[in-house]
Design a protein around this ligand. Structure first.
Ligand SMILES: [Zn+2]
Length: 191
C-alpha cells in the first residue's frame, strides 16, 4: 500500500489524474511504480477498481491509496475522526454517519483497535509526550480536521510506515501476515 500524494477519495472517484508514486523500499532507490492492473474494493459504498502499481526493481505490487482512505475498511479518515472525537461506539456511530446496529458495531471495532499492537509501534514513532496517541499525534500535526491524513503523511515521509487508519501500521506499505490470521476473513469483505 502506498499513498497517492495530494489525492483524496473524492478526487480518486472523480477520476483525477493519478500522481506518480515511487517504491517505498529504500533498496529500490525511488524506482517509479508501473501500472499493474486494478482490484475491486469498496470505496464510498460501492465496489470500485483501485489501481495497483508494481516496482520494476523489487517486484512488489502495491495498492495505490487515496490519502484519506482507510486500509481494509470502506471508511474515509474524515469519518473515522468524527467517530474518535465522539468517544463511545454509539455517539461515534452517530457522529460518523454509521447507521444502525451494524454502524455501532463497526465503530466499536475502530475504537477497540486502538488497543492493538500497532498502536504501540505508532507510540514509539511519535515524539515523546504524555497522553494517548491521538493527543500526541494532534500535538504534532495540529488538531483541525484532516489530522489523521496529516499523521499518515508524516509517518510515510518520516519512516515509510503506512498508517491504515483504524487498523494497522505497515512498514514500507507491506501488510503483515498477522493481519490475515487475525481477521480470518477475506479482506474484500471487510467494510
Ligand atoms: Zn521496490
Amino acid at each position: 500500500m502506498v499513498i497517492l500524494p495530494g489525492m483524496c477519495c473524492k478526487q480518486y472517484v472523480e477520476g483525477a489524474q493519478r500522481p506518480e508514486v515511487r517504491c517505498p523500499n529504500p533498496a529500490c532507490q525511488g524506482a517509479r511504480l508501473l501500472g499493474h492492473g486494478t482490484y475491486d474494493r469498496y470505496l464510498d459504498g460501492e465496489l470500485r477498481p483501485l489501481q495497483r502499481g508494481r516496482c520494476p526493481r523489487c517486484g512488489v505490487t502495491h495498492a495505490l491509496f487515496p490519502e484519506d482512505l482507510c486500509a481494509y475498511r470502506d471508511a474515509t479518515f474524515e469519518v473515522v475522526e468524527a467517530a474518535y472525537y465522539a468517544g463511545t461506539p454509539s455517539s461515534g456511530a452517530q457522529a460518523a454517519g454509521q447507521t444502525g446496529a451494524l454502524g455501532v458495531r463497526r465503530v466499536r471495532g475502530w475504537l477497540r483497535s486502538q488497543k492493538q499492537a500497532w498502536v504501540r509501534v505508532l507510540e514509539g514513532l511519535l515524539p515523546a509526550a504524555e497522553g494517548p496517541w491521538w493527543e500526541r499525534a494532534q500535538e504534532l500535526v495540529g488538531d483541525r480536521r484532516g489530522w489523521l491524513t496529516r499523521l499518515r503523511q508524516w509517518l510515510w515521509s518520516s519512516f515509510a510506515y503506512f498508517l491504515g487508519g483504524v487498523h494497522g501500521l505497515y512498514r514500507h506499505g507491506r501488510p503483515r501476515l498477522a493481519l490475515v490470521e487475525e481477521t480470518n476473513i477475506p479482506w474484500q469483505l471487510l467494510r
